[in-house]
Structures are given as C-alpha cells and as structure tokens.
Ligand binder design. Structure first.
Ligand code: NAD
Length: 352
C-alpha cells in the first residue's frame, strides 16, 4: 500500500515512518514542512529505502497537497503534522490555529477531492481508502477524581490553545465523514516519550539539563499526573488502527503508566545516577518553578477498546521504556547537540 504520513519528520511521525519501512512492505511518502520540530536526521535509517519518499510541503498549501495526492496515489493517510507543544501555544497560538485547524481542513479537502476522483477511475481503491487523524487525550480536559479514566465517549473540554486546536481538528475530521462520507478514523493518545523527542518536552529536557548540571525545572508542585506511552508502542498502535481499525471509529491509546511529573523527574535522576554516576545526586538539581497557566491536573486513558478490538497492547513498561530512552540520549549526543545548536537552547516557554 501507499501510505501518506504528514508530520513524518517529527517525534511520533518519524517513529511511524521508521516502523512502516523497517517492519512492513508498504511504501511511505512523508509530507512535512520542516518547522522547528521537524528533523530529517530522525529518518537517516530509512532515507535510502526505495519505499520511502519525502515531500517538503506545508499542509496549508492546497495546490501542493493536491499535487502530492496525485503523484503518490495513497491508499491511507496518517495525519500527524501539527504544532504540538502546549507551552508554545500559550506564547503564540496563531500557528496552532493555522496548522492544526486550517491545515487539517486543507488536508481534508485535498483528500476528499482525490477520493472523489478515485471513485470515478478506481472504485476498488476508493472503497479501501482511509484517512486516519492522530490526536491527543488533552482534548478531554482534566479528570476530577483519582480513579476516573478518559473513554472514547468522554465529552471534549480542552484547556489550552493547543488542545482546543486539536479538539477543533477532531471535529472537522468527524464532520467530513458525516457530511461527505470520507472514511476516517481518529485516535487520541496520552503523553509519549522515547528517542528523537524534541528537547523542549519534559523528559528530554530533564535528561539534557541533568547531564549539563543545570536546574531541573518542575512546574508548580509537580503533582500533575500524566499517562506515559513509549513512542514505538504508539507507532505500532497507529499503524494497526490505520490498517485494521473500523472506519468511523475512535480509539483511545494509553500506556497504563500514570505518574506525577515529580515522579518522572525523580525516576530519571535515579536512572542517570546509575548510568552516569555523579558525586552530587541529580535529584539536588530539581527546582520548583511557577506553574503553567491553565495546567491540567490529571489525564488517564482507558485503552480497553483498542486492546479488545484490535489486540494492541504496549510492550514497554515505564521503567523499561525510560531506560531505553535515557540510553538513547546518551548514545546519540550528535542528534540533540545539533538541535540545541539550532532552534532551541532549553529556555522556559509559556509562562506568560
Ligand atoms: P512534533 O512537534 O514532534 O512534530 C510535528 C511535525 O509536523 C514536525 O515534523 C513538523 O515539521 C510538522 N509540521 C508542523 N506544521 C506543519 C505543516 N503546516 N505542514 C506540514 N508539516 C508540518 O509532534 P509529535 O509529538 O510527533 O506529535 C505528532 C502528532 O501526535 C500531533 O498531531 C500531536 O498532536 C499528536 N500527539 C502527540 C502526543 C505527544 O505526546 N507528543 C500525544 C498524543 C498525540
């Protein structure tokens, strides 16, 4: 099959592209605008493959997106391109509205036009066509009680410009099915972590700051709870949903790993102490800083449906996944040092 992946130079998108090229026989076209978060160095393992192609295109460009559809004739679209960092959405929401909402609309229209054309000239291919939209559990807002879980039926209540823009794109995708019959699937996933994660996000930021002997800034009291999923488990789940999920359905994806932010940082400090022993405990670097405005207290996913219906389960526990992640950052200094020399030096974002 021909699989069109948007945002394939990003953290999760590159894991999906690597998985598709290394573990399946499908062809992949990666459509990415290469914003600050896009990095082709995350794809060096696959760039030589005959089954891989890269299109340097912004999903907001309708004419170029139509040309990409015509050139590559996809059977499946996996839409990951987005502005993805909550703190940046607080500092500058415009890019989130543009890419996550208008960009998704533009992509949906390009897909619909292409799919309508397929119905005329290749009805069998049109019948199998799928548009998979990749979203977040943040659209549900935060949970009240310590036992509550987000299910596929939880009402939307986004808190940040990021999550509101993702919620909006989810609504557009579902409306394109209801109104135009476009065959769509939606997934909502919890926090990911793993290799090739841009160092503005909690886990890589803490690893790199700790290695540099810098403060480890924990927002508020660090008691915010997130459900953590290793990125390669997410990539496997996404490919399963894209290829085997039921059209029109939503699947929540989570790792059964609820941790407070403080627990995450302390676990990282202990792992680093074991792998790169330091005379002064890394935990001493933990510094509490002003909380993020509008910070959600707790997210947790009920991933029962995808496990029951598609037989997907995470392979990594938080402990095994975190160990692999820390080891990856220790073994791949060149990747993150180039990112640090370029667009991001570890500064605080989104504090108003
Ligand atoms: P990322 O920020 O690492 O990567 C985003 C990619 O999209 C980059 O390669 C960037 O260049 C590209 N991009 C941005 N704007 C574009 C545009 N206008 N046109 C084409 N490409 C563009 O993001 P990520 O963490 O890999 O997240 C991927 C998707 O998964 C997002 O839709 C995000 O909302 C969702 N998601 C992320 C998480 C998480 O924990 N990171 C969890 C659940 C869902």
């Amino acid at each position: 099959m021909n699989i069109l992946v948007t945002g394939g130079a990003g953290f999760i998108g590159s894991a999906v592209v690597r998985y598709l090229i290394e573990q399946t026989d499908h062809r992949v076209v990666n459509v990415d605008a290469l914003t600050y978060a896009g990095n082709l160095e995350s794809l060096t393992e696959v760039e030589g493959s005959e089954r891989y192609a890269f299109e340097h295109v912004d999903i907001n460009n309708a004419a170029q997106m139509q040309a990409v559809f015509e050139r590559h004739q996809p059977d499946v679209v996996m839409h990951l391109a987005a502005e993805s960092h909550v703190d940046r959405s607080i500092d500058g929401p415009a890019a989130f509205i543009q890419t996550n909402i208008v960009g998704t609309y533009t992509l949906l229209e390009a897909a619909r036009q292409y799919w309508n054309g397929l119905k005329e000239r290749a009805p069998e291919k049109a019948a199998g066509f799928r548009f998979h939209h990749i979203s977040t559990d943040e659209v549900y807002g935060d949970l009240e009680g310590p036992e509550d879980l987000f299910t596929e039926e939880t009402p939307y209540a986004p808190s940040s410009p990021y999550s509101a823009s993702k919620a909006s794109s989810d609504h557009l995708v579902r409306a394109w099915q209801r109104t135009y019959g476009l065959p769509v699937l939606v997934t909502n996933c919890s926090n990911n972590y793993g290799p090739y994660h841009f160092p503005e996000k909690l886990i890589p930021l803490m690893i790199l700051n700790a290695l540099a002997g810098k403060a480890l800034p924990v927002y508020g009291d660090g008691q915010q709870v997130r459900d953590w999923l290793y990125v390669e488990d997410h990539a496997r789940a996404l490919v399963k949903v894209a290829l085997e999920g039921e059209v029109g359905e939503t699947y929540n994806i989570g790792g059964h790993n609820e941790k407070t932010n403080l627990e995450v940082v302390e676990t990282l400090c202990d792992l680093l102490q074991e792998l790169v022993p330091s005379e002064r405990s890394y935990r001493k670097l933990i510094t509490f800083v002003a909380d993020r405005p509008g910070h959600d207290l707790r997210y947790a996913i009920d991933a029962d449906k995808i496990e029951r219906e598609l037989g997907w389960r995470p392979e990594e526990t938080f402990e095994t996944g975190l160990r692999k992640t820390v080891q990856w950052y220790l073994d791949n200094r060149q990747w993150w040092q180039r990112v640090q020399d370029g667009s991001y030096q570890g500064e605080r974002l989104g504090s108003l």
